[in-house]
Design a protein around this ligand. Sequence first.
Ligand code: NAD
Ligand code: DAU
Length: 354
Amino acid sequence: MILVTGGAGFIGANFVLDWLATRDEPVLNLDKLTYAGNLENLASVQADERYVFVQGDIADTPLVMQLLDQHKPRAIVNFAAESHVDRSILGPEDFIQTNIVGTFRLLDAARKYWGGLSTNEQAAFRFLHVSTDEVYGSLSASDPAFTENHRYEPNSPYSASKAASDHLVRAYHHTYGLPVLTTNCSNNYGPHHFPEKLIPLMIVNALAGKPLPVYGNGMQVRDWLYVRDHCSAIRRVLDGGRLGEVYNVGGWNEKPNIDIVHTVCALLDELRPRSDGKSYREQVKFVADRPGHDQRYAIDASKMERELGWKPAETFATGIRKTVQWYLDNPGWVANVQSGAYSKWVQTNYTSRP
Ligand code: NAD
Ligand code: DAU
């Protein structure tokens, strides 16, 4: 079996669902169930005998050692993290704890477990660390896209904590020979995306008749990838990636934030028109910028294509349409994730942005 950490979050849940739909191999999902972890994402596989869920922290070494010894996974895929930049600005501590200390403890438990495997099992074992393009910092409009050799220049507490975790993963390969792989991916979007992030926030706010808060001038650029394409890239790296290597994953799809918001509005105008006949664009509101806001991210994913034959299957037009439709089809999921602590977060982040 494989051990997935953070499998109840946005990308992890999509990965578990796709894995069980395409492979026979069982999955053990270790997730702390923070505000971002949601077992409803995995309701369709809850009764699948190939799926095991354990609530717990990647920083809990005795628990992780016990799970490794009991289930003997042949790979670990590490999604578990604090993932939201705005939360890292308002409260960095959890990011240091999970992204740095947690990744360190998970790596160290993996190293001990791996050291006790047979030679053949050791050769087959993989530790795949899921990371982000934000570790490379920010690009100007004319800079080439990030390659795997771009220097690390993280600018937020989130990206700094992910950069630190990437360095630890690299060091565990270099020093101890742990068979690691790292992926650095651009912005994902798709089903089960928690509505603290740009695209799902715009969809749920638009439908609720609320303002669509665009930071600064809305001209920051992100490279968007449909989440299931990210999942297929991770499977490809797990299957064929070269040990110790880093793979950049992206959608070849750079867009300014304001274009993303307008696209979401246009799709909603078509699929769920406002009752007053006006466009959802009327709800756009420019608000105070994110401190230290990175201007542009862009991924050069040619190594993935050259070495592993991977390319995204979705275009932005197809992926964003599927995404908007998913939110329209799942009002119950939206209502459940917006209860409780979510409204407190919205108040904290947006009342300070006149
Ligand atoms: P998410 O915030 O939606 O989910 C994170 C999951 O990790 C949640 O289920 C949470 O409960 C769990 N978790 C948090 N702390 C934990 C801990 N200490 N122990 C165990 N579980 C814990 O995040 P996401 O958007 O799905 O991102 C997953 C990974 O992919 C992260 O490592 C992130 O840095 C990386 N990534 C995300 C994106 C993106 O666009 N969302 C892009 C590139 C890379
Ligand atoms: O690039 C990969 C990263 O993408 C991942 O590592 C992170 O985990 C993920 O959260 C994402 O980070 P971003 O900061 O790029 O994503 P977010 O959806 O928060 O913001 C996207 C852009 O939209 C960014 O320029 C800020 C802007 N934005 C965001 C929100 C939440 C707004 O204009 N308004 C908003 O309300």
